[in-house]
Design a binder for this molecule. Structure first.
Ligand SMILES: Cc1cc2nc3c(=O)[nH]c(=O)nc-3n(C[C@H](O)[C@H](O)[C@H](O)COP(=O)(O)OP(=O)(O)OC[C@H]3O[C@@H](n4cnc5c(N)ncnc54)[C@H](O)[C@@H]3O)c2cc1C
Length: 343
C-alpha cells in the first residue's frame, strides 16, 4: 500500500480511511496531512447550514467565522480572484508585500483547521430558493442544499479594448494608488480617464506622482475649470487616441497613439468597467445598486432573506482588508440569523 503524501494526494480521505483505518491514519500522519486530504475531496454531505460561493479573501473570512461558530459550511470556489495577475499585494496589515496567493494560501490553511468546513473546487452555476433555504448546483453536476447563502464572488474586470491593456493589468496598469502607488511613486506616470473621473483621479494621484500625464483617449470632456486646475498642477493633458500599450511581460514601456506618435511611461492608472463575477445573486433576485454592486445592509444582508454578500461584489472600496472585514461580518451575521431562528 502507498503511504504518505502520494496516497493523500491521489486518494480521497474516505477511501484512505477505508483502506487504512482512521486510528492508524491519525497515528501515522501528522494532523495537517489529514486536513489536506479532507480538503477539496468532497464528502457525501449534501446539506449545509451555510454555503459560501467564492473562497477568496472574503469567502474565507466568512468561512472562518462560521467554522468557529460550529456551523457546517461548504465553500465553493473556482480559483479566479481578481488580483491573480498582480505580483505583490500591499496595504493589508501583517501581509504587506506578500503575493496574493501567499495571503490566500495562509488564509485557507487557517480555515481548513475547522472540521465543519468543507471545500469544493468548482463553479457554482445555479441557485434556487427552496422550502428550507436554498439549493445550489455546480458545473460538474453536484447539488447541495443550505439554510443560508453567502456570496463572496467578487467582480470581473472588463479589459478595455486597447492592445496590451490586459497584459499590464495589475502589473503596470494600476486600479488603486493605495495598493500600488507607493511602489511606483517615482515613475513617469499616466492616468487613463476623462471627464469627472479623469479630474478626480488626477487630483488623487498627484499625491503619489510628480511626473503625471492625463490621457483622455479622445476629445477631452473636462470642464474649462477642471482643465485649468489640472494644468495648474503641472499635469499634462493628452487627447490623442490610443492604439496600444507597448509592454514587456506586463511592464509598460510606452503608449502608442493612433497617429503613430508615442509616449514613454512606466505606470498607468485606470479604472476598468466591471460585471458581477457570478450571476446567481441576480437570478435569486438580489437587488443591485445603480453602480452594479449587490445591495447590502450593514449586516451584509442582501434584499433576499437568508442571502448575504461580502467583498468586492458589494463595494467600491476594493481592498483585501475590506473584503476580509466584510466576510467576517457576513459569517457572523449569517450565524446569528441561524441561531436566532433555531433558538
Ligand atoms: C489587479 C488588482 C490588484 C489588486 N491589488 C491589491 C493590493 O495590492 N492590496 C489590496 O488590499 N487589494 C488589492 N486589490 C483588491 C483585492 O484584490 C480585492 O479587494 C479582493 O480580492 C476582494 O476579495 P473577494 O474575496 O471579494 O473577491 P476575489 O478575491 O475576486 O474572489 C472571488 C472568488 O470567487 C470565486 N467565484 C466567483 N464566482 C464563482 C462561482 N460562481 N462559483 C465558484 N467560485 C466563484 C472566484 O473564482 C474567486 O476565487 C487588487 C485588485 C486588483 C483587480
Amino acid at each position: 500500500m502507498k503511504v504518505g503524501k502520494e496516497i493523500l494526494a491521489t486518494t480521497s480521505r474516505r477511501e484512505f480511511i477505508k483502506r487504512s483505518g482512521v486510528a492508524l491514519a491519525t497515528l501515522a500522519f501528522p494532523n495537517h496531512f489529514i486536513n489536506i486530504s479532507k480538503n477539496n475531496q468532497m464528502t457525501d454531505q449534501k446539506d449545509f447550514d451555510v454555503i459560501i460561493v467564492g473562497g477568496s479573501y472574503s469567502g474565507l473570512a466568512a468561512g472562518m467565522a462560521l467554522g468557529r461558530a460550529l456551523k457546517h459550511v461548504l465553500i465553493i470556489d473556482n480559483g479566479k480572484p481578481c488580483n491573480r495577475q498582480t505580483p505583490y499585494s500591499h496595504n493589508f496589515i501583517t501581509q504587506d508585500g506578500k503575493t496574493p496567493k501567499e495571503i490566500a494560501t495562509l488564509a485557507k490553511q487557517q480555515v481548513e483547521k475547522y472540521d465543519t468546513v468543507t471545500f469544493l473546487n468548482g463553479l457554482a452555476t445555479s441557485g434556487v430558493k427552496t422550502n428550507t433555504g436554498f439549493a445550489i448546483k455546480t458545473e460538474s453536476g453536484k447539488a447541495f442544499s443550505t439554510k443560508k447563502l453567502i456570496f463572496a464572488t467578487g467582480i470581473r474586470d472588463i479589459m478595455q479594448g486597447i492592445e496590451g491593456y490586459a497584459e499590464c493589468w495589475g502589473i503596470s496598469v494600476i486600479h488603486c494608488p493605495y495598493c500600488h502607488g507607493y511602489e511606483v511613486r517615482n515613475e513617469k506616470t499616466g492616468i487613463l480617464g476623462n471627464g469627472e473621473y479623469g479630474f478626480e483621479f488626477s487630483s488623487l494621484i498627484s499625491n503619489w506622482a510628480k511626473d503625471l500625464t492625463l490621457f483622455t483617449n479622445g476629445t477631452s470632456t473636462l470642464t474649462a475649470e477642471q482643465t485649468e486646475k489640472i494644468k495648474s498642477h503641472h499635469i499634462e493633458i493628452v487627447e490623442t487616441e490610443i492604439e496600444k500599450l507597448e509592454q514587456t511581460n506586463g511592464h509598460l514601456q510606452k503608449i502608442i497613439f493612433k497617429d503613430g506618435s508615442n509616449f514613454p511611461l512606466k505606470a498607468l492608472y485606470a479604472r476598468s468597467p466591471f460585471e458581477q463575477h457570478c450571476a446567481i445573486p441576480e437570478t435569486l433576485r438580489c437587488e443591485l445598486t445603480d453602480d452594479g454592486y449587490i445591495r447590502i445592509d450593514p449586516s451584509q444582508k442582501t434584499s433576499i432573506h437568508g442571502v448575504f454578500a461580502c467583498g468586492d461584489n458589494t463595494t467600491r472600496i476594493r481592498t483585501v482588508a475590506n473584503a476580509v472585514a466584510m466576510g467576517t461580518t457576513a459569517g457572523m451575521m449569517a450565524n446569528k440569523e441561524l441561531v436566532f431562528e433555531e433558538f
